[in-house]
Every structure is written in C-alpha cells, then in structure tokens.
Write a protein that binds this ligand. Structure first.
Ligand SMILES: O=C(O)[C@H](CS(=O)(=O)O)OP(=O)(O)O
Length: 238
C-alpha cells in the first residue's frame, strides 16, 4: 500500500527519502497559499528562487518579480508575499519570479529528486488530496516551517491532507498520527486555533489579517499547483 509521511521542517529533510515520491510543499502563511491564489487567478507560471538577486534578475526577461523577507516586500520588488494581490486577476497571463523567506527554499531542496513537487494549501486541500490518491507514488509532505523551526499551521495542514489520504494510503510515521489527530480535533475552529500560531502573530504585526483569513479558507480552488521543470503551473483536477 502507498505510504504517507510528514517532515515538519526542511532541516529534518535528510532523515527522509525523497527520491521517487510525490512531495507536497506546505507554507500556509503565506508562500504556498499565495502561489495557489496566483495560479487560480490566471498567472501563467511561478518560478521559485531561493535568493533575492537571482529572482530580481528575472525582471530583465519580462517576469513580474515577487520578493519577500521577514514578512515585508523586498526592496525593488513589484510584489511581496500577499495572496490578495492576485485576486482581481491583475497578473493573469504573467510569468512570476518569486522568492520568500521559507517557502521557495523548501521547493528548491526537493525538486531534483522528487517524482513530482506539488504545492499544498488549505485553499485547494481537497483537489490536492484527490490528485495524490490517483497517483501510484508514496507521498512526503514537507512543511516549510519558519527558519528551520516547526510551525503549527504547516503541520496542521499536513495532518489535514494526510487525513484525506486514508484509507488509500497507510503510514509508519508518528507525525502523521499526531498531526491528523490535532487537525481533526481543531478543524471546527481552525482560525481560532491557528490564530495562536507564532507566524500568525508575526503577520498580525504587519497588519495583514486579511492574508491570514484568506490562507485559512478551505477548498476554494479545484486545481493543483505542480512544478514542471523550473515553473509552477496550475493543473485542473476535474
Ligand atoms: O511572508 C510570509 O508569510 C513569510 C515571512 S516570515 O516567515 O514571517 O518571515 O514567508 P514564507 O516564505 O511565506 O513563510
């Protein structure tokens, strides 16, 4: 039977086998939620970068550049890391080059070895689960965390996704049992529970509560985000 595992930080990735697995990258606040908002609102592709300089250089090739560090738009970048910026379709048809504090790094760490790299967010939770259920490979859910540390929102999403993968998947990973139960115990009060998360508090200090609310909406989009070559693109699941 297919197996699912959860890695709660990129710092622990060396303990997991990546090769041949479908890897779901999760950075709920806000990188992967923002990527799904962008793709669902018509962005042609998103090319993730680890560093600001490589990302900034893509402006000369006609990319719209999105750069964020520590919750703020980086100097000289048109966009930061807010999902709201994409919701009116203003960037439909555009290619985006994006770098964020935690999320784009997690993508870079797995893309060479994974069978597929898929973007995980609450806004398309069900679509991602259905897509993974239809594929033959094992799944590794990689939480971007915060600067190498565990965070609540990514791990809770991982539990929510793992819960949907059963019974088609099985697990030997205790983190799956822990996070699946934590999600199921708190699914009815997600905003309240995740409002306590350190990252939510950091973002509240930047007055971006609207971003937090957006990132915690379930199943807004019936599409997945998947890495093809160096670009994330949207794929319809129905
Ligand atoms: O913009 C964000 O939400 C975060 C910034 S930080 O982790 O609070 O410094 O970046 P992300 O890569 O989306 O975690």
């Amino acid at each position: 039977m297919k197996k699912v595992e959860i890695c709660v930080s990129p710092e622990l990735l060396h303990l997991y086998e990546v090769s041949g697995k479908n890897v779901v990258i999760v950075d709920i606040f806000r990188a992967t939620s923002t990527m799904m908002a962008a793709l669902a609102n018509g962005v042609a592709s998103i090319t993730p970068f680890m560093d600001l300089e490589s990302c900034r250089a893509k402006a000369a090739e006609g990319y719209v550049i999105a750069g964020e560090r520590n919750g703020l738009t980086a100097d000289g970048f048109e966009l930061g890391n807010s999902p709201i910026a994409y919701l009116d379709g203003a960037y439909a048809g555009k290619k985006i080059a994006m770098t964020t504090t935690n999320g784009t790094l997690a993508i870079e760490k797995t893309k060479a070895e994974a069978a597929r790299v898929i973007i995980g967010a609450f806004v398309n939770l069900r679509a991602t689960a259905d897509f993974l259920i239809g594929l033959p490979e094992d799944v590794l859910i990689l939480c971007a965390g915060w600067k190498g540390k565990f965070n609540l929102e990514d791990s809770l999403y991982a539990g929510a996704l793992a819960a949907l993968l059963f019974p088609q998947f099985d697990t030997d990973c205790d983190t799956v049992f822990a996070m699946k139960n934590l999600y199921q115990d708190n699914a009815h009060r997600l905003n309240l529970f995740l409002g306590q998360a350190s990252h939510a508090k950091r973002l509240q200090n930047h007055n971006i509560e609207a971003d937090i609310d957006f990132c915690l909406q379930l199943n807004q989009y019936d599409l997945i985000g998947i890495l093809k070559g160096d670009e994330l693109i949207a794929e319809k699941t129905k």
